[in-house]
Design a protein around this ligand. Structure first.
Ligand code: PHE
Ligand code: CO
Length: 286
């Protein structure tokens, strides 16, 4: 049975990625990495993306990310996922699996709960070198995979997957996806040398990496689970609010309690716009 292409939530953007590929996409949305489809130009675009982004990391990316980045292996071409898996599985028992693009909630949560991270296999066009809305192979590999080498973060990702399956049964995926957005995609962390980025959406973006850590425009708040779950987000601009943790252990511990009563409580509370600061909220200064 053929799988259906997927777009972001209520987005009108047409789906990206080849979900048909002669029946090669499995019912769990995984597929072989179509390595033969990459052109010399794709490998060159990846090499240039990697080179630019790696040079921006010092002083902006968290220490754990910088330490793990070399574990991705080759940087002058798109890596084969199996090459990364040899190292990743040994480190944290995680694996990456290829997918044709965005996938629905339940297959996504199920993969994470089984310590499998879905990586889109296609690469952006040269016109999208500076900014792309959809996740591509560069965002998924460079942004997400290094922290899967960190044991605490790796365990957190699995717990998120299990929590996603639970949230699905409670009709609370929107609340939980906001948590994903403001932590795993756009999270900041306070480290001994200052504020740093750990979110994949930031770490794979040349513009937002600098912006999120140093700009005076956005507000930065301490991570508060219920506040995050009420906060809307924009998928096609820099964030107006970032949430800050002090350690991955804090992220793990704050998300460990049963969210069921939280979801219930939030049903009666209004959403918060992406740029709003509530009375009494304290800004984190960098
Ligand atoms: N503790 C959450 C729950 O009970 C699950 C979860 C863990 C969600 C980690 C996000 C991250 O639903
Ligand atoms: Co992502």
């Amino acid at each position: 049975m053929a799988v259906e292409p997927v777009v972001y939530g209520a987005s009108e953007r047409p789906p990206r990625g080849d979900y048909a590929r002669g029946g090669q996409v499995h019912s769990d949305y995984t597929c072989p990495q179509n390595y033969a489809a990459y052109t010399a130009a794709d490998h060159d675009t990846y090499r240039r993306l990697y080179e630019r982004q790696a040079a921006l990391l010092p002083g902006l990316a968290c220490d754990e990310f910088i330490a793990a980045l070399p574990s991705l292996g080759v940087k002058d071409r798109i890596p084969r996922f199996e090459e990364i898996n040899e190292r990743l599985y040994k480190a944290t028992q995680w694996e990456i699996v290829a997918v044709p693009g965005l996938i629905p909630e339940v297959p996504f949560f199920t993969l994470l709960a089984n310590r499998k991270f879905p990586v889109t296999d296609w690469l952006r066009t040269p016109e999208e070198f500076d900014y792309i809305v959809e996740p591509d192979v560069f965002h998924d590999l460079f942004g997400h995979v290094p922290l899967l080498f960190n044991p605490v973060f790796a365990d957190h990702m699995q717990e998120y997957g299990k929590g996603g399956l639970k949230a699905h049964g409670l009709n609370a995926c929107e609340q939980l996806s906001r948590l994903y957005w403001y932590t795993i995609e756009f999270g900041l962390i306070q480290q001994k040398d200052g504020l740093r980025a750990y979110g994949a959406g930031i770490l794979s973006s040349s513009g937002e990496l600098q912006y999120s850590v140093t700009s005076l425009e956005p507000q930065r708040l301490a991570l508060d689970i219920e506040r995050v779950m009420r906060t809307r987000y924009k998928i096609d601009s820099y964030q107006q609010t970032y949430f800050v943790i002090n350690s991955f252990q804090e992220l793990f511990d704050k998300t460990a309690p049963d969210f069921t009563p939280i979801y219930q409580r939030l049903q009666g509370l209004p959403e918060i716009a992406a740029d709003v600061r509530l009375a009494g909220e304290v800004l984190i200064q960098r």
